[in-house]
Ligand binder design. Sequence first.
Ligand code: UDX
Length: 442
Amino acid sequence: MSCRIAVFGTGYLGATHAACMAELGHEVLGVDVDTSKLAKLGSGEVPFYEPGLEEILKRNIENGRLRFTASYEEAADFADNHFIGVGTPQKRGEYAADLTCVDAVVDTLAPLLDRPSVIFGKSTVPVGTAERIGRRVRQLVPNGVEVDVAWNPEFLREGYAVRDTLHPDRLVLGVDRNRPGRAEEVAREVYARLLSEDIPFLVTDLATAELVKTAANAFLATKISFINAMAEVCEMAGADVSVLADAIGYDARIGRRFLNAGIGFGGGCLPKDIRAFMARAGEIGADEALTFLREVDNINMRRRTRMVELAREAVGGTLLGTSVAVLGAAFKPDSDDVRDSPALSIAGQIQLQGASVNVFDPKAMENSRAVFPTLNYATSAIEACANADLVLVLTEWNEFLVLDPQVLRKAVRRPSIIDGRNCLDSQVWRDAGWAFRALGRV
Ligand code: UDX
């Protein structure tokens, strides 16, 4: 059965959700206040890099199931189900999440609703937000109109957003246990195709659903920082963290995924989500439970400093006057996102220490330039490496993994490379005459 859906927010989360819901056969209206984004999306152009998204966006615009608007009136008139997918960034100068956008959607939408509807929150929010929004919605909706508020967290990864939305590991729906309403029934209609594929569907209370998301991200961040802490130990002990990760990863209880040591995690989610989680835990009297996340954050930030130190050592003690090639600026491959990117942060720090830094990234050049206009930007990996005293691989894009060390050697001034993602074969590079260093490996 086809549902009429409005999706508020057209960033990574909202645009992907809107396009994927249309792909599932629903009629979808994407809503945003940013008219330039809407114009792009409306003409079938994705304003960020996400493999596979443009195809389904175009297809569903063409078949008429997907449209975009800035009008909340149109959304309230058109849809019975409303998904909130706006951003919840870190507050300036604080750890807590900034809920301005979520609140603005609710405050604008609720008074316009004139028939039974369900609002599904998808944004990552501090536990307790859904209940608060439920109360707010009940205050704002016109008398006698039944509107249910449920929480349906999103677990999509950038670079795999379409696949993660259409084939998620699980669906989680938090409903208000005191007034369950129609949320579960509607969610079952919206996700009917996914449920028919036996994707696990967990119906919980609101608080648990909110916490599932933050707990999942806290666990992933902890896993990465664990292996990065092991990398620090390996460096001191003369051991190899990559082999260590392989060996412990064979234990099914541990698992090899998310055990890649390197310059650590970044992006628009993990760093701000663990901080918002700590802030919220403090507010509800559970701060002791999450003090370990402070250490997870510290280990992660230390990796960036360590990389700068290694770079300094590799060029003989001072970066002043050296030329450093930085391969990779996005926070991870297959993304053009540079939010809290370890790669870009390292490039910036190295430049501040007096090096001339030449950056190349296959997709994130424009976004990098906007954040760090003073770095030099090359048009290819080989150009970035021209006359370099040192090459740093900071994002494991496939095109960097297949670089030919012999060819690159001819471009640089000194064949010296540091692998910040443990993604290169050290032997191949050493055999080709390179001085090779990596984090957590000798
Ligand atoms: C993350 C969660 O995975 C996703 O479920 C949630 O919805 C949003 O946040 P994303 O930010 O897209 O997704 O990136 P992810 O693939 O999780 O990587 C996060 C960071 O960790 C990247 O900077 C990546 O380079 C780093 N990472 C990942 C490592 O350093 N080592 C690893 O082994 C894995």
